[in-house]
Design a binder for this molecule. Structure first.
Ligand SMILES: Cc1cc2nc3c(=O)[nH]c(=O)nc-3n(C[C@H](O)[C@H](O)[C@H](O)COP(=O)(O)OP(=O)(O)OC[C@H]3O[C@@H](n4cnc5c(N)ncnc54)[C@H](O)[C@@H]3O)c2cc1C
Length: 459
């Protein structure tokens, strides 16, 4: 038996979930606030490209679209570090065949929507902004963005799913119910997108198979490749210049201030960013927020998914990946129920879904903040590089007993909470090892077995 589902938000997670729901025979109506970007061109909003890794791939494979996405994805095999003098250092992310993939948000979203729309039981409605949700009556009201005076009647369905992102309207209405907990935490940093165009012959101006990082302690610039030969860059910088931060967005107002900032910290990008000043002045400075809430569902009526239930900062490249992993597990739970029954028990599904996910999404929220410090501050540090070398050796010798935290998060399906817990223990062990004298010269003769034993004593 199928249910009538109202799905709010046709972003990455909402569109993928609609495919899984449709495959299970549900009647899905998707309501999206924005116009259909496939008809009008570019998609506005955050980050033009994203890093897709194993958790995301597994969900896309399950949805049957892995191959189609592979065609628009560029492998990034490691970090390319740019020091202030323009010297480059490459650090592989994992083993030789391991990579994260740069994909265009718009192209990915388009494939997801097209795949969903091919199903007879999914209908997309654009320019429909969710304004109100009666969670007890399962009614949602939408405002037509093309004609705001047109009053629309509340739409009744059996289930409402909020996949409407970090500032979810659906969550906003759940927040009014007793015992709903919610926190939001803004980083003092904001971000701004910049652009490195392709060479005249369409080739990339920087190595294409890397995620480029210019770490500068309290701030950093990163660049991900696009298939058209360009790179999308993101500058992460404090908004304000307090607490010892000399450099901040609030100090970059005039052409002179902007250019002098880039000349001091990122001199090597100036020649390859011909529209730097225009981009800097025209592109918005956006904020970075971590959102946690609980419970994710109200009875068997309403459920949140993706950023609507757990928005995180982008420094582990896991926001979309964890949202796709949500869809994967949501689908697994549907499958299990349908093996035993004809219809889905939504209330039980929502409970099982949250039980499966919330500890893990809280863990990746912590890991993402932790990785910001690593990316902007530590990746350029010789001690950190030595530590990475030692951990890589441990992983090579004991592939099942010492898996580096980055590998657990990015190249495995181990629960994020496990990666957080084991990573903390690894950190304690590595801190002690790093204190050893003359380690740079002697590290290859460490007692590897003993190190791994320490990890498994208390985990
Ligand atoms: C700078 C930056 C870089 C990032 N990089 C990465 C990365 O490399 N890898 C990664 O995995 N993740 C990354 N992320 C995170 C990723 O963008 C999000 O986790 C992902 O987009 C979440 O998908 P979603 O569908 O849940 O929400 P969204 O993508 O926000 O989609 C929500 C949809 O709901 C619609 N909507 C909102 N309100 C309403 C309403 N009231 N009514 C109807 N529709 C509504 C929106 O228009 C939107 O289409 C990054 C994020 C940022 C900010």
């Amino acid at each position: 038996m199928s249910s009538k589902i109202t799905l709010v938000g046709a972003g990455l997670v909402g569109s993928l979930l609609s495919i899984f729901l449709a495959k299970k025979g549900q009647q899905v109506e998707v309501f999206e606030r924005r116009p259909d970007f496939r008809k009008i061109g570019a998609v506005g909003g955050r980050s033009i490209n994203l890093a897709l890794s194993d958790r995301g791939w597994r969900a896309l494979k399950e949805a049957g679209i892995e191959q189609e996405i592979k065609e628009i994805a560029l492998p990034m095999r490691g970090r390319m570090m740019h020091n202030p003098e323009g010297k480059l250092t490459f650090q592989p992310y994992g083993k030789e065949n391991q990579a994260i993939y740069s994909v265009s948000r718009a192209a990915l979203n388009e494939i997801l929507m097209n795949t969903a729309e091919k199903k007879h039981n999914v209908k997309f409605n654009f320019n429909q902004s969710c304004q109100n949700v009666d969670i007890r009556e399962t009614k949602a009201t939408f405002e037509n963005q093309e004609n705001k005076n047109k009053i629309q009647k509340p739409l009744k369905s059996e289930i409402i799913i909020g996949a409407d992102g970090a500032f979810s309207a659906v969550r906003g209405h759940m927040q009014k119910t007793p015992l709903f907990n919610y926190t939001q935490y803004y980083l003092p940093h904001g971000y701004k997108e910049l652009h490195i165009p392709a060479n005249e012959d369409g080739t990339h101006k920087l190595a294409v198979d890397a995620l480029h990082i210019w770490p500068r302690h309290s701030f950093m610039l990163i660049a991900l490749p696009n298939t058209d030969g360009s790179f999308t860059c993101t500058l992460f910088l404090p908004f304000e210049s307090d607490k010892g931060n000399k450099e901040a967005f609030e100090r970059l107002n005039t052409d002179k201030e902007i250019m002098s900032f880039f000349e001091t910290h990122f001199a090597d990008v100036i020649p390859i960013m011909p529209t730097l000043l225009d981009d800097f002045k025209q592109n918005p400075t956006s904020s970075l927020v971590t959102i946690r809430c609980s419970p994710w569902a109200y009875e068997g009526n309403v459920c949140l998914i993706g950023d609507a239930s757990h928005a995180i900062v982008p420094f582990y490249g896991q926001g979309m990946n964890s949202g796709f992993e949500d869809c994967f597990y949501f689908n697994e739970i549907m499958k299990k129920q349908l093996e035993k029954n004809d219809s889905i028990n939504w209330k039980q599904l929502f409970v099982d879904f949250q039980d499966q996910r919330i500890t893990n999404t809280n863990a990746i929220a912590d890991l993402a903040i932790q990785n910001f410090i690593e990316m902007r501050d530590r990746v350029a540090d010789p001690e950190f590089l030595l530590r990475k070398k030692i951990e890589a050796k441990l992983y090579e010798k004991f592939p099942n007993r010492w898996i580096p935290q980055y590998t657990m998060v990015t190249f495995s399906h181990l629960p994020y909470s496990y990666a957080l817990k084991v990573g903390k223990k690894q950190d304690e062990i590595m801190k002690k090892i790093m204190k050893k004298e003359n380690l740079e010269a002697t590290w290859e003769s460490l007692d590897w077995e003993e190190i791994v034993e320490q990890l498994h004593q208390n985990v």
